[in-house]
Design a protein around this ligand. Sequence first.
Ligand SMILES: [Zn+2]
Length: 413
Amino acid sequence: MEINIPVYIGSDAIDNLIRYCAAHQLDQFTLVADHNTYPVLGQAVAQSLTTHGLNVDTVVLSGQDIIADEHYCMQVLVRADRANRTYLAVGSGTITDITRFVSHRTKSSFISIPTAPSVDGYTSPSASMVIARLKQTVIAQPPIAIFADLATLCAAPRPMIAAGFGDMLGKYTSLADWKLGHLLWAEPYSESVAQRVQRALQGCVDHSTAIGQSAEVGIRGLMDGLLDSGLCMLEFGNSRPAAGAEHYVSHYLEMKLLWENRPAILHGAKVGLATILVAKRYEQLRQLTRQQVIDRLKFSTQPDRAQETQRIRAAYGPIVDQVIKEQSPFLDMSADAYDQLKQRIVDHWTDIQAIAAMVPAAQVLSGLLREVGGRITPGAIGLSDEEIALALDCSHYFRNRFTIFKLNRILGV
Ligand SMILES: [Zn+2]
């Protein structure tokens, strides 16, 4: 798939936006922002467009904790008129998701004007929404262009910058999980996309000190990495290149917070913490010899549907049926298929060890996350040790994608 989304990151993002709009004959806009992003950037964008004779309808979302749900989408949708408007999303992940959803459903296009390097989903074709208090991924659209003002990104709140870095650190474990999935679960894979995600990740890690200082060179490196990771998902056609066990832990916790009416926690803050915990599992894997694996697999039995279903029921509340359906390839595996999977693990143990070696030690990842001001304990982001343990135990049911948790389940680790 040929992806061509113009991206500008720099000091004259608004001027570049104006030039882009002139070149593409865009002259009517709906700008979406909130009480934080409007004063820091939205107002300047609206003023500049108006000065250039362009028509701008501005929607400043009202409310404290803005989430991409029916209520906030309606605040934007209710302002839609018959004009052929281009939407402008001035904000981070949530505002972008609201805008990508509403613009898609009104058959309009949208331009992303990010205000924080906090997430790699700016270029996503789908929106992460909360509908009837359930987390859902719904079809929407990527932006037609991205204009990021570097000074605004550098001035973003520290937790948002640290969250963006946490989302990128997660690529260590997501790439390793993806390779495991390709090797053991016959999942589609692209070496060129994997290498591009790896380069995006390395670019961020190389800039960790500058990111910790909010220096322009660091924040530009982080934003470049986030956007590139997003483009890799777009090119591959799903989130597999950039989301593995660490993301399923984060998604599980996010759903749990919603079910319990608790405040949301930044996506990248949960992913960063989960990455450290998943890296510990890879450390354990590196300790196992081929002979130990053979010995363990002798006692490994295929999933017992009733038992596994009971565990899913205990953990998945309102979406239990959906999760059981998603897991049917695992739950309904025949004895033959399970034996073949075990044999593949033994045959490829050297390859599995090479994959495990790609993931740095948990201590190294903690150090990197701390350097950018990220939180490295559950308590520091408002979660208990018990719920983290539950997420580590049950989040692998969330998607039918192979991760180290599935491998551990088979190995009885
Ligand atoms: Zn993510």
